[in-house]
Design a protein around this ligand. Structure first.
Ligand code: CTP
Length: 401
């Protein structure tokens, strides 16, 4: 799979840099052409001579060669590569990437690279857990950088926990998987709804729910990875999606989400409705903050538009509509009823009874239910992997439509 792929291997200054030597060998063994860029600090951890010998090419560290005066173009390096893999990625380089600092050849190349970028962070336990690092990692992920998560284990400091760079074999497998994924949704357009909706009671209070938006954002990312163009309509969430291919439309209420979905639906091939839309909203929204008066306050609620049902009615032949159902009881019967009422092609069912499934967490355990009652059950997986299963199913159905 990596035969003749051009891989730019970035090495930053951490103790895990010794593993980059093995990583480089694995890439070369898999048939890839590799060029290496190091930060000046990385040179302290691993010798450029070793890397140059294994990659059959001089290693890039500075912007120019001091002896010949030859200039190394970060633009050319970025354009040459099919993939830029930075392993290990230190907290320092991660911060520079997140904030667009360009004070060495590696980070400058990152800013001008057009190819997919993969990073394998490696740092000490507390450093990895630090909110600044977590925040920077989120920023990179939201811009489409592929994070190859560190593993748990003994760290160079002697501490035990998360922070060890992923093993070279796992990094190569990750990149191989990426390239083996077919761009089977190229030219397709998709609509995804995500997150909760907030229904205002007065200017400072709302009715909402615990949806984090993680599942919908993961689906949007997976669709883009497979070549689709995505309109992601999201209710209030702390998540971001700045990468090319995703058009993020932020809304607050169910009615706003409905308006946007109605507008976009006619032009898409598939819509995945992962949002937890509030079924009701306050009949009246007070213009000023409601003051505390009597012992009781009654808020009368009226029904919100059902986005799924409305799109289901308008669905053209060839268009796919995928829904979600989060149930606490009578899961299967309720899911079947929703498929029928909303004209879904299939529904992703998750039960709040399953540990690790549902709101806020990074994992989910789902079943797909189809209109004729057929079901496919999946084990507990990361939301990213669940998104892959959903998109695989979508591709299969689109091909058979
Ligand atoms: N949905 C929607 N618009 C709504 C309510 C739900 O688009 N106003 C979509 C959800 O995004 C989801 C599916 O419909 O894909 C099922 O949502 P759910 O809340 O489980 O279904 P409801 O029809 O609201 O049924 P109930 O709340 O009674 O279980």
């Amino acid at each position: 799979m990596l035969k003749d792929k051009k891989i730019l291997l970035g090495i930053t200054g951490g103790i895990a840099a010794y593993k980059s030597v093995y990583l480089l060998r694995e890439f070369v063994r898999s048939g890839a052409q590799v060029r290496v860029i190091m930060t000046p600090m990385a040179r302290e951890f691993v010798g450029p001579l070793t890397l140059a010998t294994l990659s059959h090419h001089p290693v890039y560290i500075d912007f120019f060669d001091h002896t010949t005066g030859q200039w190394f173009s970060h633009v050319d390096l970025g354009l040459w590569a099919d993939a830029f893999v930075i392993a290990p990625l230190t907290a320092n380089t991660m911060a520079k990437m997140a904030y667009g600092q360009a004070d060495n050849l590696l980070v400058t190349t990152y800013l001008s690279a057009r190819c997919p970028v993969f990073v394998a962070p490696a740092m000490d336990l507390d450093m990895y857990r630090h909110p600044a690092v977590q925040q920077n990692m989120k920023i990179l992920a939201s811009r489409g950088v592929h994070i190859i998560e560190p593993a748990e284990g003994e760290l160079a400091s002697g501490l035990v926990g998360k922070g060890r760079m992923a093993e070279p074999g796992d990094i190569v497998a990750f990149i191989r998987d990426f390239f083996s994924t077919e761009q089977d949704l190229t030219g397709k357009k998709a609509l995804v709804t995500a997150g909760p909706t907030y229904e205002m009671i007065d200017p400072v209070r709302f009715i909402g729910n615990f949806s984090s938006g993680k599942m919908g954002f993961a689906i949007a990312r997976e669709l883009v990875r497979r070549g689709a163009q995505v309109f992601l309509i999201s209710g209030p969430t702390s998540l971001d999606a700045d990468e090319p291919g995703i058009d993020l439309i932020r809304v607050t209420s169910a009615r706003e989400m409905y308006e946007q979905a109605e507008k976009i639906f006619p032009q898409v091939d598939v819509a995945v409705l992962a949002a937890a839309v509030a079924d009701y909203r306050p009949a009246e929204q007070a213009h000023t903050k409601i003051k505390k008066t009597g012992d009781e306050l009654l808020v009368r609620l009226v029904k919100n538009p059902d986005i799924a049902a409305s799109l289901g009615q308008k669905k053209r032949p060839g268009q796919l509509l995928v829904g979600f159902a989060l149930e606490t009881d009578n899961e299967f019967t309720n899911a079947m009823e929703k498929i029928r009422k909303k004209n879904f092609d299939f529904i992703v069912l998750n039960s709040l009874r399953d540990k690790g499934a549902g709101f806020g967490v990074d994992t989910n355990k789902v079943s797909f239910i189809f209109p004729h009652g057929h079901r496919k059950d999946f084990p507990l997986k990361s939301k990213t992997k669940v998104a892959q299963d959903i998109v695989n199913q979508i591709v299969q159905l689109l091909n058979s439509k």
